[in-house]
Structures are given as C-alpha cells and as structure tokens.
Design a protein around this ligand. Structure first.
Ligand code: ATP
Length: 311
C-alpha cells in the first residue's frame, strides 16, 4: 500500500531521513517506533505529501505522492501529533467540515457523519462545541475527521498521547476494527505495550534510517501458512523426541512445566497437531499462540544493531 524508495529529507542543516526504503503492506497495522528525533513525524509528513523530500519517491496505492498529492489525499487520513480543532464548531459541524473538505458528495455527508460519530462513540456529542470536549473526546473527534471519507490508509502520529487507560483501550479496539474493514494503518507511539495490542508489523527508525521493518510473529491472521510459536503447558520430557519427527515443528524450549515451539502451519494443521498430542497421552492443559512482544523486540533490535553511519 505504501512503497518508499531512497527517500532523503533535509531540514536546514539537518538530515532527518537518510535514504529510507520500505514497504507497508495493505491491511497491516504498522507500529512506527524509534527514539525522539528518529524521524517518525517527518516520515509521516512526507507520506502525507506535506513535505517535499530532497530525493526519492513515495507511492501510495501506486500513486506518486509528490506528483499527485490531491489524489493521494483522497485515499488517506492523517492525524498529526499536534492537531487543531475549530473550538466554536460543534462535533457535528467539525465532522461536516472535514467531510466537505475531503470532497464527499453532499448526498452522503449526513450518513458519513452518523457512521463516523458511531465508530468514535461521539453520537451523543454531535451538538456539543468541540472546545468543551475532554482531551480523549477531542482526540476521537480528530480521528473521526481523519477517517470520515473512508480512507484506505490512515497515518496516526502519537494518537493516544494524553489519553486515560480506558480511552487508550477504546482506541486500540477502534484500530483493530479499522483494520478489519480493510484500512492500512501506520501508527507512531512511544508506548510500545499499547502498540503491541493491535500492531501486525514493526517499523523502527533511528537517526533517520530504517533499523527494522517486518511482520510481528503470531500477529497476521490472514496468512494461512506462517511460522507461529505455540506454548504448551504441562509438557513432559518426551516432547522433544516426539516433535523431532515433525519437520513443521521446531522446539524452542521445554521443561516439565511447559514448552514452546515454532510451527509452520495453518489453523487446521494446528488443531490436528493438538489432537495428535492428546492421542499420544501428553497432558495438554493449554495450547495457545504466542504473540511476539513488541517492546522486547524493539529493545533487542536497538541493542544489537550498530549505529547508522553517515558519509
Ligand atoms: P519525537 O519522537 O520526538 O516526536 P520524531 O521521531 O517524530 O521525534 P521528527 O520530529 O521527525 O522526529 O524529527 C527528526 C529530526 O529532525 C529531529 O532531529 C528534529 O530535531 C529535526 N527537525 C524536526 N523538525 C525540524 C524543523 N522544522 N527544522 C529543523 N529540524 C527539524
């Protein structure tokens, strides 16, 4: 959905993005992570066509952002890290303004406002002026403005900053919902535990360079044959031998309490494996997919990768 090739962006006297190349898969939720000043906001602004890079290209759904920014804007929603709302407009008017700015035909504007307000749980606030909303409600309204035209791609820069735990949880479920209806999301945040709840991919930047860009294991439900890690409680020591005869399973660790192994197979293959484990008299009490921990992976990648070098 997003394809970036050799993107370099300079602020006066400072190179913020240095030869960045990456792809973002359609239907994914990519966690954009990296330390302060890594270039996350700059990357998002370039993808949104708000900055002109020194060199390189950005394609969104096959359209070049720098050549046809207006076409790309129709496909895209963008929530900036410091967004503004028109304080004196009601929630309904803010959404109407966003819908009209995005060029939605007037015949569909009313329905789009109602749908978006429902998705963001703002239906009972349509008559309230935005200046009197709480921080979480303002954040939801800003996201509503970004999605009212049904974009294919949604860029969210620190969408949960300042939100309470309940509002963050609601936001996480909204992002999962947007993914299920086919949207591709790129979300930047410093709160990795939160990104962990809904991200399928990690894109990590440091000093304007890509450190890592890949799928998180155990997180991409649409793929039928994938490598996943299963944890099996109450494993016994026969398990290593038993798994040794199965090329689709690679044992990671096992003791008398539990075991973990990588398994290449779809859900049918997993359920067959579970049946066979039970038939072989293993006392299985829990059999579940282990999702990769984003925070651990990020800290590990930062600690094992060398500092990028500049020429
Ligand atoms: P944070 O996590 O703190 O939001 P970030 O990863 O989003 O950081 P950017 O805001 O993209 O980082 O900034 C990347 C680098 O570019 C930083 O070193 C920053 O100081 C610099 N920078 C950003 N905006 C400007 C500007 N307008 N003029 C000059 N330098 C800038």
């Amino acid at each position: 959905m997003i394809e970036i090739s050799n993107l370099t962006f300079d602020y006066p006297g400072h190179r913020a993005l240095d030869d960045v190349s990456l792809t973002v898969q359609s239907g994914s939720v990519t966690a954009l992570v990296g330390p302060n000043g890594a270039g996350k906001t700059t990357l998002m602004r370039c993808i949104a066509g708000l900055e002109t890079p020194l060199s390189g290209s950005i394609l969104v759904n096959g359209i070049d952002v720098n050549e046809k920014p207006r076409e790309v804007h129709r496909l895209m929603g963008y929530l900036s890290d410091f967004f503004g709302l028109y304080q004196d407009l009601t929630v309904g008017q803010c959404l109407e303004y966003a819908a009209e700015s995005q060029g939605l035909p007037s015949t569909v504007v009313h329905d789009a406002i109602m749908l978006t307000a429902r998705q963001l749980e703002l239906s009972d606030r349509l008559q309230q002026v935005s200046g009197s909303l709480s921080r979480g409600q303002r954040q939801r309204l800003a996201i509503g403005q970004a999605i009212i035209h049904g974009p294919k791609v949604l860029l969210l820069d620190e969408p949960a900053s300042g939100l309470d735990p309940e509002a963050r949880a609601n936001l996480a479920s909204l992002f999962r919902h947007l993914q299920t209806i086919g949207m591709t999301l790129l979300v930047s945040s410093h709160i990795l535990a939160e990104l962990d709840e809904y991200s399928t991919h990690i894109l990590s930047l440091r000093n304007g360079r890509v450190l890592e860009n890949r799928a998180l294991s155990g997180s991409y439900p649409a793929i039928s044959h994938r490598r996943i890690r299963l944890k099996l409680s109450l494993a016994d020591l026969r398990l290593a031998d038993w798994l040794g005869n199965r090329p689709e399973a690679i044992l990671i660790k096992a003791d008398e309490k539990d075991a973990e192994f990588d398994f290449h197979g779809d859900l049918t293959a997993q359920s067959k494996l579970l049946r066979e484990l039970i038939a072989a008299s293993f006392q299985v009490t829990s059999f579940s997919e282990q999702k990769e921990n984003l925070q651990q992976s990020y800290l590990q990648s930062v600690s094992t990768m060398p500092e990028p070098k500049y020429s």
